[in-house]
Design a protein around this ligand. Sequence first.
Ligand code: NAP
Length: 310
Amino acid sequence: MTPIALGLVGLGTIARNQHLPALAETPALRLAAIASRNAALPELPGYVSIDEMLAGEPDLAAISLCTPPQGRFEQAAAALRAGCHVMLEKPPGASVSEVEALARMARDRGLTLFATWHSREAAAVEEARALLAHHRVTAVRIDWKEDVRHWHPGQEWIWQPGGLGVFDPGINALSILTRILPEPVHPVSALLEVPENCQAPIAARLGMVTASGAPVEAEFDWRQTGPQTWDIRVQSDGPEILLRNGGATLLVGGEERLTAEDHEYRRLYARFAALIAAGQSEVDLAPLQLVADAFLMAERRITEPFHDPG
Ligand code: NAP
């Protein structure tokens, strides 16, 4: 079968670290062109914008957007108008309603829109979901704490409106949460700590409940140096489930059940190709909705200024 020609937009951290290697291992897709304001790959046609790439590469059938969420809507809409299937990095957009608009555009044109959640592809997530399917969840605790200076140097967009701040990694935890729990959750309280020189939070505490009333507490913090923490702990009427390392490791009742290497992006691209072949879209907005709700109801505390080392 002829591989689908794909154009990639935004040659930043995640594009280089994950998208390029994953695409190289996805036979159903062929990276055919790059759109980047500042960078290029020697072996591929390069364009400074998605509009120029769409005009210059009429054979493109799919676009993968690796840009920040602000501005992603216009890029995705241009790709859909040009008749291309679209894969979105997480978070899928800067607002819930703009992604709903994209989903409608894709549906009207018979195109695939894939709003990815890479953390849901972590090795232990589906096993945790299967284990919890037949249990009554009684409490959940999320600790997602990392060093922003290490992981996001020089990323100004992340501190701007629509950049999400600490919810940029935090939404990964929420994407796992909304996949593994057998019932929906909604927020009841939120506290955002916002550096006085930034528009987005450096730390957040989120109180949620499940549909049957079990408490779900989440703490996101970007000020953690030393060991980093990406844990989700679920209590139920069965054994305790603990997802560690962002979903790569599963402990059941304190015993390690599973740990595996990272194939998140390879799985995402294989699914994108499968969705295109099946003529389907996948757009689950539950994690973004939780973040939007947190911003709606949050108490806001101003904290000391943040100075980016990058
Ligand atoms: P990044 O390193 O800042 O790269 C983003 C790229 O997008 C830039 O290099 C730039 O590429 C392009 N871009 C287009 N418009 C831009 C604008 N107005 N401001 C800044 N860059 C712009 O960011 P990233 O870490 O790759 O993150 C991109 C997306 O991937 C985000 O939604 C993020 O949540 C998600 N993600 C990141 C990670 C991670 O660990 N970093 C992990 C998973 C998902 P050109 O100069 O080539 O145009």
